[in-house]
Design a protein around this ligand. Structure first.
Ligand code: ADP
Ligand code: MG
Length: 321
């Protein structure tokens, strides 16, 4: 039997030091051993038990949907930039393009017209493995690419029993290969977005700091409530990500101040500033984190990724037998 369980805070805190001790035969590791001789026997036994648990367990990465049924709110930009930021932080990252417009695929330097196996075949054709579709990209992230034909996937999935669970069954086996899996959703609340929300442990909602951007967020939250009630009780909203933020505008500041309270949701910080650098990056096939390393937009995405790290603690699945 396989048991799964989220790391407790204490387990999470103990994870990195234990890994350092088990994986690195460095001077630091030797220091750790010297310090241990001064610690009580019971403590050391506890550590050994935890080390054994970690060695016999598989670490499963977290799947997070980046969703908002409005177009142009920076979903794709956020997936590419956060993915790149997590890769910089040493995480193994998979990005999933779930939009038939294939903007994420294109902006990571992959020509959608040259893709032979895409997320479309993986979802629609039985027996096609996601591993056959994954490509490595320049920003240190892997990608499950999209193609225009994905536009027909909704209709093809509709008559399938359990149609909302197809993506989950595709991504679940990949969780042992990646720490972070981010899904770039299409601008709709159709079957593909329901698949993304059903497959995910978390959801991030990018939202420009402009008056009309609020419209539709209530509808998305209703959908999330329905998904939690029926399809995926564990789904958690990690927060609203304020995008296209112009700190000089009084209006933008007012929207930012209001948004968390209005929806009773965490607001991720810092807001992502509006900067022309973002328009230039996709044409170069890289995210802004590499095309414009120290721009304030790149720095903001790095800070948001770092603040999200505690949310991306791996889940342990124990091996037995
Ligand atoms: P979505 O995926 O929600 O449709 P995109 O990520 O494609 O949104 O972004 C829409 C447009 O806004 C793109 O042209 C992108 O380059 C631009 N953009 C995204 N974020 C920013 C930003 N912080 N500043 C300026 N332009 C941005
Ligand atoms: Mg997009």
């Amino acid at each position: 039997m396989t048991q799964t369980g989220t790391l407790t805070g204490a387990q999470a805190r103990s994870l990195e030091p234990i890994q350092a001790r088990t994986q690195e035969a460095t001077g630091e590791a030797a220091l750790g051993t010297a310090q241990e001789t001064a610690r009580p026997e019971a403590d050391r036994e506890g550590d050994q038990g935890r080390e054994q648990d970690l060695r016999s367990a598989t670490r499963l990465g977290m799947i997070v949907a980046v969703a908002n049924q409005k177009g142009g709110v920076a979903k794709t930009t956020s997936v590419a930039s956060l993915g790149s930021a997590f890769a910089e932080l040493g995480k193994r990252v998979l990005l999933v393009d779930l939009d038939a417009q294939a903007c994420l695929t294109f902006s990571l330097g992959v020509d959608p017209d040259a893709v032979t196996v895409s997320i479309n075949e993986v979802l629609v054709v039985r027996g096609v493995s996601a591993r056959d579709a994954i490509v490595s990209c320049a920003d240190g992230v892997d990608l499950l690419p999209s193609v225009i034909e994905l536009a027909g996937a909704e209709a093809q999935l509709l008559p399938r029993p359990g149609r909302e669970y197809v993506l989950r069954s595709v991504l679940e086996p990949l969780r042992q290969d990646y720490d972070v899996i981010l899904i770039d959703c299409s601008p709709s609340l159709g079957v593909l977005t329901l698949n993304a929300l059903t497959a995910s442990q978390g959801v991030i909602i990018p939202m420009p700091c402009e008056m009309l951007s609020h419209r539709g967020v209530g509808q998305l939250l209703d959908t999330i409530t329905d998904v939690k009630a029926i399809l995926n009780p564990g789904l958690e909203v990690f927060g609203i990500l304020p995008t296209l933020y112009d700190g000089r505008s009084k209006h933008a500041r007012a929207v930012l101040a209001d948004v968390g309270e209005r929806y009773g949701l965490p607001v991720l910080s810092p807001p992502i500033p509006k900067t022309v650098r973002f328009a230039e990056a996709p044409a170069l096939g890289r995210s802004i984190l590499t095309t414009s390393r120290s721009s304030k937009g790149a720095r903001a995405y790095r800070e948001v990724a770092t603040s999200l790290l505690p949310r991306f603690q791996p889940v342990l699945a124990e091996h037995t037998g």
